[in-house]
Design a protein around this ligand. Sequence first.
Ligand SMILES: *Cc1c(COP(=O)(O)O)cnc(C)c1O
Length: 395
Amino acid sequence: MDRLIYLDNAATTKTAPEVVEAMLPYFTENYGNPSSVYGFAAKNKEAVASQRETIADILGVEAKEIYFTAGGSEADNWALKAAAESYASKGNHIITTKIEHHAILHTAEYLEKRGFEVTYLDVDADGVVKLEELKAAIRPTTILISVMFANNEIGTLQPIKEIGEIAREHGILFHTDAVQAFGQVPISADECHIDMLSASGHKLNGPKGIGFLYIRTGVKIRSFVHGGAQERKRRAGTENVPGIIGLGTAAARAAATMEERSKKETELRDYLIGRVLEEIPYTKLNGHPVKRLPNNANFSFRFVEGESLLIMLDMKGICASSGSACTSGSLDPSHVLLAIGLPHETAHGSLRLTLGAETSKEDIDYTVDCLKEIVKNLRGMSPLYEDFLKQQKDN
Ligand SMILES: *Cc1c(COP(=O)(O)O)cnc(C)c1O
């Protein structure tokens, strides 16, 4: 089977050809170290500054508030660890949610072992944080609220502006992991009262291993990597110049095409959701029906193992995911699906399909046709399904 249908854009995306093209000279001709004084290298310093500007403009912030990192995980680690340390004299309490990416959850657990107290907020059945619970969780010692902009598994968008307002009213720092949202949905740091924001290149048709943390001016954050004076002395290390060029180019491209792409993806997504729910029985959509990323669909098929589903789809040339890339390989059901209240068996039968700008209606039709057949075959082999049908008959 030569056909390849890539429906795992939440795991990573293809680097756009024009992004690669923009990067290439910075590996070869323009290899100077941006910190060097001669003109040959100074050009690279300017190129980095210009990309910083591009990204800042998209968020409506200042260039000096953008700090390049080696990706989303590093930005998340930095935001949490540095905020905890820098604001420890004010308090030791952090609020986050049960549905964060592991880059946040495991960092929060690390901080718990070092004397910080963390509240992990529940979400409702659609995966939305409950604002009343957030307010109730705030203590005089709360120093940070970290809530993701959009969930990587079920695509649910959070009420970020309302959360930002609550944080601001209480004088608490607000960080958002926007790795899935940046480049996909409009974000204004000011309007949402965001103090820190994480993003990553490879989720928006940029390269892997590059991302940024936005840190609002005035936020007291210690250096994450100690060494040279790069990134205004907060993140040492010679700049990943090709990566930064790639990230900036990808961000500009994502912002310029966002409206059109999001409209197209939303239509295709809803077509996919409509067909799956209509044509495959005992199926549920996970995540908010409307307040979700334009490219995300996540389903639970009863009486089906997600892992088997992935293998069968792979044989048809379809790349998908049963949870997040980080959790596949482990047999525990996704923490996100459990947090929205799915029973273990249902969570195990879940499938995430995330579209890209290149996904076509033919791709979706082919995928749904394959899915119908695969789910039917897998259920045909399931003793649970057999019992279920028998019970239905007896009733
Ligand atoms: C992918 C992802 C990350 C990690 O980003 P990397 O650049 O791969 O380190 C963090 N948070 C979310 C929500 C993600 O989807």
